[in-house]
Design a protein around this ligand. Sequence first.
Ligand code: XMP
Length: 492
Amino acid sequence: MASDEPFSEKLRVPEALTFDDVLLRPKESRVEPDDADMATRVSTNVTLNIPVLSAAMDTVTEAELAIEMAREGGLGVLHRNMTVEETAEHVETVKRADELIIRDVVTASPEQTVREVDRMMGKEGVSGAPVVDDDDVVLGIISGTDIRPYLEVGDRDEVREAMTDEVITAGEDVTAREALELMYEHKIERVPIVDEEERLTGLVTMQGILARREYDNAARASDGSLVVGVAVGPFETDRALAADAAGADIVFIDCAHAHNLDVIDSAREIKAEVDADVVVGNVGTREAAEAIVDFADGVKVGIGPGSICTTRIVSGSGMPQITAVAEVADVATQHDVPVIADGGIRYSGDAIKAIAAGADAVMLGSYFAGTDEAPGRVITMNGKRYKQYRGMGSVGAMKSGGGDRYLKDDPEDEEYVPEGVEAATPYKGSLESELHQLVGGMQSGMGYVGAETIPEFKERSEFVRVSSAGQTESHAHDVVITDEAPNYSPDN
Ligand code: XMP
């Protein structure tokens, strides 16, 4: 007698779904995509203006890309295939970018000659400098216009004769608006910042304020600095402390299997020692989320969905990403802990599906690895331009130090068992235009569902299951594509 019963209990298995298995059910809407508000909480204390993070991979996120991510409203997570000192330097570089008060101020001394100062300003690329005495007390300010030849100032004259000695200064607590008002009122372009003894502590420039204004959607910490995240190995307390001291906003415990009890113990200890938020990952199940949500400021989800990952093939273990995100979010939402969906996102549609499944934000690697801001140079193969992109569990990346992500970090063992590949990804140009396509597509998804904010979208969105015929119908079909679209390639 035929039966649908499996031969063994072991074969009574639940189904797990990923991006291509589902679509968002379109709903009644009055939401224009451009009006969809993309702000989201990515960890207990950090809010972003777009729900997007760049992956902590050595071919994706260093300071340059992290700065651009934060300027556009998202978060870059610095990789950890570098020394602890370098990690601190990268964090400081991000934190210094777009600072209202510049700290590395080029100064002049009153005894220098006009010629010396002119040369120095040219070399340093500045057009003016505060003049300070040996105790850093501000005596005046000298700028290009003070030393133009027609002003009867000779090359050999001392700076004290050429400088403007009525200096307008401000204190440490000056805001951008107050500094601008001072600049307009006194027709000046820079305001030295001084302490109670009139000693120089920094400088605010008109150019700096205008540059900050360009990034009106930037993700900033309460002190106005750009936000930045740092990946640390599961047992790397030293890196976590250094990143924290340098001002990192979030420390990411970076492990391929964070439901390892030693990893969780160590993450808990790191959390107790740093001021930064601590996000723990990666996980892919409800049980793993339950083990983490009582202490973590965020949970990151993804066991094997990444484009360069071979974890599922090598280890036979993993969770299709939509199911993984939904399971983790069921638990994390009850504890008000944000969820980040990490890996496998090829299109903007995948990103917004991850949010519908319960994520508060998404992390991408391959999507950004081909941009100008990612590390590495552009290479040409068969007339097409590419950039290198490699898994952090690939042989190359593990040789550079990241093996403990895969809980394999025996320095004696030269025969790696990799869980990732080394590859190339098409060169894509600026990060800004990639983000524009990604976020614009996600906003479209919110328009189709009729949700104006990310929390509303998570609440309101529903999935339908797609057959393989439906999947074929979703892609461009029965045509030959003649012009490349900026947000779609059938090869992804
Ligand atoms: P995408 O699909 O955006 O994925 O390129 C990026 C994410 O993949 C993870 N990652 C790896 N997973 N082996 C893995 O199994 C690897 O070598 C590897 N390297 C990165 C990581 O979570 C990243 O954010």
